[in-house]
Design a protein around this ligand. Structure first.
Ligand code: FES
Ligand code: FES
Length: 162
C-alpha cells in the first residue's frame, strides 16, 4: 500500500491503495462500488467503463499507479441525492435499452462521457462511439436511441454534467 492520491465520485480516497491493482479492483473490492461490473477483464467488453478525468476508460485496463491526481466517476455518482436518475439513465429505461443489465453501467458511463467528447446525438455517431461496449442480450437499437436522447437532454441541461 502506498500513497496514490485520487478522488472517486468527488470524494478523496482515504487510506492506502495498492498501486498494482486495477481501478476496477479498487472500485469493487476496496471501495465497495459494485455498480461497475467486471466482464472480460481484458479490455474488450466495456462492462467496467467509468469516467476518468472526463474520458471513458475501461477500469479493468487501468492500474491505480496511473491515477495520481485523477478524478474518477462511477455509475454511483449519476443519480441526484434525492434518487432522481440522471437523464442518461432515464433514457435507457424509457427506450428499454437493457435486459439483464450487466453491460448497462458501462454503457451509461460511456454515453455520459460522449457529451464532453462532442459526439453528435445521431445514431451513426453514437454507434461508432459505442464500439467498445458489448451487449449480449439487448438489440443495440434501443441503446443507440437512448444514448441519442440522453445526449440531447444533457446538452439542454448542462448543469446535470456536474
Ligand atoms: S471487464 Fe473491462 S472491458 Fe471487459
Ligand atoms: S443488457 Fe444484458 S448484456 Fe446488455
Amino acid at each position: 500500500m502506498t500513497g496514490v492520491s485520487l478522488s472517486v465520485n468527488g470524494q478523496p480516497v482515504v487510506g492506502g491503495v495498492d498501486p498494482s491493482q486495477t481501478l476496477l479492483e479498487l472500485l469493487r473490492e476496496q471501495l465497495g462500488l459494485n455498480g461497475t461490473h467486471a466482464g472480460c477483464d481484458t479490455a474488450q467488453c466495456g462492462a467496467c467503463t467509468v469516467v476518468v478525468n472526463g474520458l471513458a476508460q475501461k477500469s479493468c485496463n487501468v492500474l491505480v499507479r496511473q491515477l495520481e491526481g485523477a478524478s474518477v466517476r462511477s455509475i454511483e455518482d449519476l443519480a441526484a441525492p434525492d434518487g432522481t436518475l440522471h437523464p442518461m439513465q432515464q433514457a435507457f429505461g424509457q427506450h428499454h435499452a437493457l435486459q439483464c443489465g450487466y453491460c448497462t453501467p458501462g454503457m451509461v458511463m460511456r454515453a455520459v462521457a460522449m457529451a464532453d467528447e462532442d459526439v453528435p446525438a445521431e445514431p451513426e455517431a453514437v454507434r461508432h462511439a459505442l464500439c467498445g461496449n458489448l451487449c449480449r442480450c439487448t438489440g443495440y437499437g434501443g441503446i443507440v436511441t437512448a444514448v441519442c436522447q440522453g445526449l440531447r437532454q444533457m446538452r439542454a441541461a448542462p448543469e446535470r454534467l456536474a
